[in-house]
Design a protein around this ligand. Structure first.
Ligand SMILES: [Zn+2]
Length: 379
C-alpha cells in the first residue's frame, strides 16, 4: 500500500512520465535488478529491469504502463484503517506496477531464485488519445521481450487469452466545386449527403450481418457508426461529408481484410453517385487468440489456485489492451493485476487486500513459469 501511494504521489499524465519513470527505475535498481531507462521517446522514457535467473528457465516479462489519464483527481491518500489507497493511477495502474515490485521482493526475501530471468518493462504513452503504444511496440520490436508476459492490469478474476481487434474507420465523401446555393444543384445525387444515406444503409446492413455471426468466446464482430457530419448552412450544398466509427474483428480477420471491405463499399457508392468516396483505417489493436496450451496460461492459473483457492476462468478481453501488441510480436501475454473498476473515475482507488492478492499471484506465476530453486548458499 505504501509503495502504491508513493507511486501515485508522482504524477505521470500521458506524455509526461519522466519523473515517475525515474522513481520506478530507482525502485527496481534498489531491489537489485539490472535497470536502465530507455530515452527513445523524450518525456516518456521506458524502464527496463532484469532479475537474472540461475539459468535453464524461460524468461517471464512483467509489464505495465507508467502513464495515467490526464484527468485531475482529488489529492492522493492512504488509509491504513480502511486499507485503501486513493488517487489518479491507484487502480490504473500504479497499483499493478507496485505489485510487480512486491512479487519480486517476496521471492528474493524468501530466497527463492527463479531459473529463468524476470524482465520488467514499464512504459508511457499508453492512454488514448495521446498514447499510441509506440513505446511498448518499440521495445518489442527491438527484442526487449520475454518468452511470455503478464501485464499487471485488466484482469483480476478472469484470465483473458483472446481479444477482438479494433480499428477506427473514416469514410470521406467529396464532390468537385465549391459550396453553392441549393437552387443551383443540378443533379440531386451529386450532393454528398446522398452518398452518406447510401453508406449508412450499407453499413447498417453489414453490422447486422456481422452480429449474426456470433462467437461465444471472443464475441461478435461489430461495425459501429459514431460520427456523421456534412454541411455548414441550411441552404448551401455541402462539398464534403464524413462518417467515422469503429470496426471490431475476431482472429483471423486482419486490418487489411477490413480495409478491403471498406474500399469495396466506397467504390460501389462512388460509382452510384459520381462522388469521390475514400476510406482510411487506424488500427488501435489487432485481434489475437492464444493457444490454450501456452505455459504462461497454466502458470498464472496454477498460482491463482495456490493463492486464492479457486479456478481462474479463461475469458476474452472486452477492451483492447497491450496483450494484442505482444501477440503481434510473437510473445504470448495475459493480464493479471488489481481490480480496476474505479479506473479513470473521480474516485480511483485500490485496496490493500487486492494489492496483496495480485502480488502473490504474480510471484507464484514467476515460480511456475521460470522454474525456481531455494537459494542454499544464502541460508
Ligand atoms: Zn491501464
Amino acid at each position: 500500500m505504501e509503495e502504491t501511494h508513493r507511486f501515485v504521489s508522482v504524477p505521470s499524465p500521458t506524455g509526461n512520465e519522466a519523473a515517475f519513470a525515474q522513481c520506478y527505475a530507482e525502485t527496481l535498481s534498489g531491489m537489485g535488478l539490472e535497470t536502465i531507462i530507455d530515452e527513445e521517446f523524450k518525456g516518456s522514457p521506458s524502464v527496463i529491469g532484469r532479475l537474472r535467473g540461475t539459468g535453464g528457465g524461460p524468461t517471464l516479462q512483467l509489464d505495465g504502463h507508467t502513464d495515467t489519464v490526464p484527468v485531475s483527481h482529488g489529492e492522493s491518500s492512504i488509509d491504513f484503517d480502511l486499507g485503501v489507497v486513493r488517487g489518479r493511477g491507484a487502480a490504473d495502474m500504479k497499483g499493478g506496477l507496485a505489485c510487480i515490485c512486491e512479487a519480486i521482493r517476496a521471492l528474493t526475501e524468501s530466497r527463492v531464485r527463479p531459473r529463468g530471468d524476470v524482465l520488467v518493462t514499464a512504459h508511457g504513452l499508453h492512454e488514448a488519445p495521446l498514447g499510441d503504444q509506440r513505446t511498448i511496440r518499440s521495445l518489442l520490436r527491438r527484442g526487449v521481450a520475454g518468452d511470455a508476459a503478464v501485464i499487471a492490469e485488466l484482469g483480476h478474476d478472469h484470465l483473458a487469452i483472446a481479444s477482438r481487434g479494433m480499428s477506427i474507420y473514416r469514410i470521406q465523401v467529396h464532390r468537385a466545386g465549391t459550396s453553392m446555393h441549393e437552387v443551383e444543384l443540378r443533379e440531386r445525387i451529386s450532393n454528398p449527403t446522398s452518398a452518406v444515406r447510401l453508406l449508412l444503409d450499407r453499413l447498417e446492413q453489414r453490422a447486422a450481418d456481422l452480429e449474426r455471426q456470433n462467437d461465444d468466446f471472443v464475441g461478435p464482430e461489430t461495425l459501429f457508426v459514431g460520427e456523421v457530419r456534412s454541411g455548414d448552412f441550411y441552404n448551401r450544398v455541402p462539398v464534403n461529408a464524413e462518417i467515422v466509427g469503429t470496426r471490431r474483428y475476431r482472429p483471423p480477420t486482419t486490418k487489411e481484410d477490413v480495409l478491403q471491405e471498406f474500399e469495396a463499399l466506397c467504390a460501389t457508392v462512388a460509382a452510384q453517385t459520381g462522388l469521390v468516396v475514400t476510406s482510411s483505417l487506424q488500427e488501435v489493436g489487432p485481434a489475437y487468440a492464444l493457444d490454450h496450451s501456452e505455459p504462461v496460461i497454466a502458470a498464472v492459473r496454477s498460482s491463482y489456485q495456490d493463492v486464492v483457492g479457486g479456478d481462474l476462468p479463461l475469458a476474452s478481453a472486452q477492451a483492447v489492451g497491450n496483450a494484442a501488441d505482444f501477440a503481434a510480436y510473437g510473445v504470448p501475454a495475459v493480464y493479471h493485476g488489481v481490480n480496476q473498476t474505479t479506473a479513470h473515475s473521480d474516485d480511483e482507488h485500490v485496496t490493500g487486500a487486492d494489492l496483496a492478492r495480485a502480488a502473490r499471484v504474480l510471484a507464484g506465476s514467476i515460480v511456475h513459469f521460470c522454474g525456481a530453486d531455494a537459494d542454499e548458499e544464502m541460508r
